[in-house]
Design a binder for this molecule. Structure first.
Ligand SMILES: C[S@@+](CC[C@H](N)C(=O)[O-])C[C@H]1O[C@@H](n2cnc3c(N)ncnc32)[C@H](O)[C@@H]1O
Length: 352
């Protein structure tokens, strides 16, 4: 197989590292070059003069000829602009390909996408009172998508729409993983003055060892995870919010810790400090272990703490790997306390 040689220039820009990983995973041979002195020890760095010097063109041509470089990746707009100009010269035109866009275009596109999300939210909601600004929803969109996780943008939109009508109280999430939906819940609870968000998750392999019949592929994948690191990642991801805390226990045990903290009026942890608690739940998001028996226990044990008018969300009601959430969710619909419900973005939304 012929190796594809890719030049990373300048190589001392952090944003290039994701591209390097991709290129190497596709079997490319990565060659590094820089115009500034570098202490890099992991690989050889070729020196090139600055692009605005007369020596650059010859040195660059020499490097691509010597190493048979086919592609150049330049995560620096000034360098990239110069390389495009160089490619317009007949002696360079077919020598190499440029394999990335201008950084400013990449960032502009990201912010445009986030602002479009915010604009869409407002447009879809009409002039409902209590809506946040386009920029706040764009901020939420960017933070939410920066956290690894299993909730998508349709779910984010549903949560945004719901929070306009959530009453005051605690927001409890069973199953937070890296904190993607927890960030959204915490942010929205803060912006709408709802209260504190509590993430309930053991962040351990035992609790994820089985999610019910037919879920072996899911279980196997979870055994590969460093759960202590996921927990620390969760803390990193929610640390910018000061109305969020956690109980690191399986939901069956965590309910007692929640009751106790609710009676005291606050919950304290080493990493997130002390957060006030009301002791009654305005919104319960169930997204822990998806085995039917577990989802049912999550409902049975936590439902008594959800206030009248409060919401219970059963995530993955429509799940590719099993029907635990669906079965338990459908049973809940027969409960006398249910006053309304709807299904959106894979989640069953129930109001008591
Ligand atoms: C589907 S992920 C949650 C995804 C998250 N809500 C998001 O938006 O990315 C499931 C999480 O539930 C947790 N979990 C498993 N069993 C649990 C239990 N008994 N109680 C609470 N959480 C549990 C897992 O550790 C895992 O972090």
């Amino acid at each position: 197989m012929i190796k594809m040689n890719v030049l990373i220039f300048p190589c001392n820009i952090e944003s290039a590292s994701a591209f390097v990983e991709h290129a190497q995973s596709l079997g490319a041979n990565v060659i590094y070059a820089s115009s500034i002195e570098t202490q890099e020890q992991r690989h050889q760095v070729h020196h090139l003069p600055y692009v605005n010097t007369p020596e650059f063109a010859d040195a660059f041509l020499d490097l691509i000829n010597t190493h048979e470089i086919a592609y150049v990746y330049a995560a620096h707009d000034v360098v990239l602009q110069y390389l495009h100009r160089l490619k317009n010269e007949p002696s360079f035109s077919k020598k190499f390909m440029i394999c990335n866009d201008y950084q400013h275009k990449v960032y502009q596109a990201k912010y445009e996408e986030a602002l479009q999300f915010g604009t869409d939210v407002i447009a879809e909601q009409g002039k409902k009172p209590g809506l946040l600004s386009v920029e706040k929803y764009a901020h939420l969109y960017m933070q939410f998508n920066a956290v690894p996780g299993q909730s998508d943008n349709a779910k984010l939109k549903s949560l945004i729409q719901l929070f306009i009508q959530v009453e005051q109280g605690d927001v409890v999430e069973i199953g937070s993983y890296w904190g993607r939906s927890a960030y959204a819940l915490g942010f929205l609870a803060n912006q709408h003055g709802i209260g504190t968000t509590i993430s309930v998750d053991p962040w351990d392999v035992i609790s994820n060892d089985s999610q019910g019949e037919g879920t072996e592929v899911v279980n196997e994948a979870s055994r590969l995870i460093d759960w202590d690191l996921v927990f620390r990642g969760f803390i990193v991801n929610v640390s910018g919010l000061n109305n969020i805390n956690y109980i690191r226990k399986p939901s069956d045990d965590a309910v007692y810790a929640y009751q106790q903290a609710g009676a005291q009026g606050s919950l304290t942890t080493l990493e997130l400090g002390t957060t006030p608690l009301s002791g009654t739940i305005a919104l319960l998001h169930i997204d822990g272990n998806h085995m039917y028996e577990q989802v049912k226990r999550d409902i049975d044990r936590w439902l008594p703490h959800v206030k009248p008018g409060g919401w219970v969300l059963v995530d993955d009601y429509d799940w590719s790997f099993g029907d635990g959430p669906k079965k338990a969710g459908d049973e809940l619909l027969n409960h006398a306390r249910v006053s309304e419900y709807f299904f959106a973005s894979d989640t069953l939304f129930i109001r008591l």
